[in-house]
Design a protein around this ligand. Structure first.
Ligand code: NAD
Length: 258
């Protein structure tokens, strides 16, 4: 049985993770962490709860950790995990280059897994999109539209950027050189070497990512729609069990697990 601590347990993803972990006979929920004002909602979980990861006893005995919070919080979790040797799965998005540089260093000390999107469907999509981009060729312009709920903090979504990176790689481009984040004003004709990102925010949309390949006289749309947060949570729990059997040495991703 894999012991697991959830950080951000009272959040939208955290609630889904704790309820699935409680129902899974392969997992033992041994800690739930969130900000002080949200701890009351965690009491029904019947496991140790705390407003700091350091306050969970199973941290010292090497329990696996899953963190869906915010970039600085996840980095703090990673530092503690590296000190104590806990496997750590991070689902937080909006991390910058500096965060990844530090995560890569910490991953030398303890196994760390990060994915901007834990859904199996999106990760399979990331494998087939480069095939489409290469087969269609540069006559087909690529644009990416993503929809999320009105409380999402980062934009474009981490998933949109991950998909954009695969697509840019398939064309031999570096994403930062070709990414156009929305368009406004007199931007001129669209250059060939460009991938446009468009973020729509509203309501309670869990997550929709659509890639458009637009060529002469036709267009292809490839779309992934998340119906609930459960698919992300299931992916993160599966990653947590898998990661507990891995060695430190690299920042693992869905591609490693699948
Ligand atoms: P949310 O705001 O509902 O939940 C975040 C939780 O973290 C909150 O309960 C908040 O109180 C808690 N938190 C904040 N600071 C904390 C701290 N110092 N210690 C402990 N807890 C703290 O957000 P959400 O919708 O659950 O998303 C969380 C993150 O996960 C976001 O970055 C989001 O983009 C990402 N996400 C990733 C995936 C994926 O598949 N990788 C899927 C969905 C969401």
């Amino acid at each position: 049985m894999t012991e697991v601590i959830i950080v951000g347990a009272a959040g939208r993803m955290g609630q889904c993770l704790t309820s699935l972990a409680k129902a899974d006979p392969a997992l033992d929920l041994v800690g739930a962490v969130d900000n002080g004002e949200r701890l009351e909602s965690l009491k029904a979980l019947d496991c140790p709860v705390a407003d700091k990861l350091a306050g969970i006893p199973a941290l010292a005995s090497g329990a696996a950790i899953i963190d869906f919070t915010a970039p600085e919080v996840s980095l703090g979790t990673a530092r503690l995990a590296a000190e104590n040797g806990n496997p750590l799965v991070i689902g937080t998005t909006g991390l910058g280059e500096g965060h990844f540089a530090e995560l890569n260093e910490l991953a030398a000390k303890t196994p760390i897994f990060w994915s901007s999107n834990m859904s199996i469907g999106v990760n399979v999509l990331a494998k087939i999109l480069p095939l489409l981009a290469r087969a269609l060729g540069e006559d087909y312009d690529i644009e990416l539209v993503e929809l999320h709920h009105n409380r999402k903090k980062d934009s474009p979504s981490g998933t949109a950027l991950t998909l954009g990176k695969c697509l840019a790689g398939a064309r031999g481009w570096d994403l930062p050189d070709v990414a156009a984040d929305g368009r406004s004003g007199l931007v001129g004709a669209r250059p060939k070497a460009q991938i446009g990102f468009h973020a729509v925010r509203g309501g309670d949309v869990v997550g929709v990512h659509t890639v458009y390949f637009m060529g002469p006289g036709e267009r292809i749309e490839v779309s992934h729609q998340a119906h609930s947060r459960e698919n992300f949570a299931q992916g993160a729990l599966r990653a947590c069990v898998w990661l507990a059997g891995q060695k430190p040495g690299k920042l693992y991703s869905m591609a490693d697990m699948l």
